[in-house]
Design a protein around this ligand. Structure first.
Ligand code: IMP
Length: 367
């Protein structure tokens, strides 16, 4: 039989990234792409029809994006790079859009917060106002495998009596995943250094390919046995539906993405004209530009770990979500997978050579 379980690539000492592997098709009895069920739980109370989440970044997820993602089967995590009062207004905006919608799906309210004293105040402020409307909270910091994070998870659990599911991250390893699960997280964001606007690996030499981190976290969850319901969310470096499918097949329950939703109609930010093209800014939350805007510049002894760029204006986020869902449904028919757990069990991977990767892109369009 061609291909191997994805774990064998990590065990063999070659931590793969998305372009290193491909899923082998199998005999399938699925006759229509409508048959597979793509639903997935992110937290016990949030089940997504399309397990794609827009990232809590200030050029990706404001109220408009959160509503659009939620009302189309995904999820948007409301970014935290604004005052607590502004974040509360954004929550009210999503609630208003929910109240006005004629569609059947309502957007879940999931704000991001950070760690430390001010962020505890942010959480208290939001919790007092929206206690019954919050579906979850995302504790969003660069190095999630830390004492800071564990303390914050425990604090949120204490003040809410464990009533608000927590999405925490980011971590890069199975050990980190287990530490956050033990602390009380319902979902863990997995990926360090893989984001398209990320300079962490270049500035620090630290990081793990996102796919390799997902494999490690999935193995740790399987071997531990106590945290089967704690979700793994692959975060960083999703470019194509294929990266989304490979993440799910390797053990992720959902993915988080920034770049694919940046430049859409719903993403926050002005439309600018640049060299005759309409663009929007997309920037890393640890970029110099964000530090300049929000914190009065880079502090001495620190460096930027993100970059800022322009993304040509795209259409609605819905079309992207739909395209990703289409890719996933098709992958599920190629692998005879009626559910995401079938996809995980049925997927065998091969390693790609550079020429195999080259052949995988639609090379017929090259001049
Ligand atoms: P993308 O989908 O590849 O564009 O990656 C988005 C992810 O990159 C986010 O969800 C964060 O986990 C991560 N990220 C956001 N801002 C920064 C940054 O400034 N430096 C490093 N990583 C970042």
């Amino acid at each position: 039989m061609m291909g191997e379980p994805i774990q064998s690539f990590l065990e063999g000492g070659d931590p793969p990234s998305f372009d290193d592997v491909m899923i082998v098709p199998t005999y399938s009895e699925i006759r229509s792409r409508k048959e597979p069920d793509t639903k997935s739980f992110v937290t016990p109370n949030i089940e997504l029809e399309v397990p794609v989440i827009s990232s809590p970044m200030d050029t990706v997820t404001g109220a408009k994006m959160a509503f659009s993602m939620g009302s189309n089967g995904g999820l948007g995590i409301l970014h935290r790079f604004m005052s607590k009062e502004e974040q509360a207004l954004a929550v009210e905006d999503i609630l208003r859009k929910n109240a006005e919608t004629t569609g059947s799906r309502l957007a879940k309210i999931v704000p991001a917060i950070g760690v430390g004293r001010d962020e505890k105040q942010r959480f208290n402020y939001l919790y007092e106002r929206f206690k019954n409307s919050l579906s979850a909270v995302a504790i969003d910091i660069a190095n999630g495998d830390s004492s800071y994070m564990i303390e914050m998870i425990k604090w949120v659990d204490l003040v809410t009596s464990g009533n608000i599911p927590i999405i925490a991250g980011n971590v890069a390893t199975g050990e980190g995943f287990i530490r956050l699960a033990e602390a009380g997280a319902s979902a863990v964001r997995v990926g360090i250094g893989g984001g398209s606007i990320c300079k962490t690996r270049i500035m620090t030499g630290v990081g793990v390919p996102t796919l390799a981190s997902v494999i490690d976290c999935y193995s740790a969850r399987k071997n531990n046995g106590n945290f089967d319901s704690v979700s793994i969310i692959a975060d960083g470096g999703i470019r194509y539906p294929a990266d989304f499918v490979k993440s799910l097949a390797a053990g992720a329950d959902a993915v988080i993405a920034g770049r694919i939703f940046a430049g859409t109609i719903e993403s926050p930010g002005e439309v600018i004209s640049l060299n005759g093209r309409k663009v929007k800014v997309y920037r890393g939350m640890a970029s110099k530009e964000v530090q300049d805007d929000k914190r009065g510049g880079l502090k001495p002894g620190t460096c930027a770990e993100g970059v800022s760029t322009h993304i040509p204006l795209k259409g609605k986020a819905y079309y992207i979500l739909n395209e990703f869902c289409g890719g996933l449904r098709s992958a599920m028919t190629y692998t005879n997978s009626y559910s995401l757990s079938d996809l995980r069990n049925n997927s065998r991977f091969i390693k790609l050579t550079p020429s195999a990767l080259d052949e995988s892109h639609a090379f017929g369009t090259r001049k």
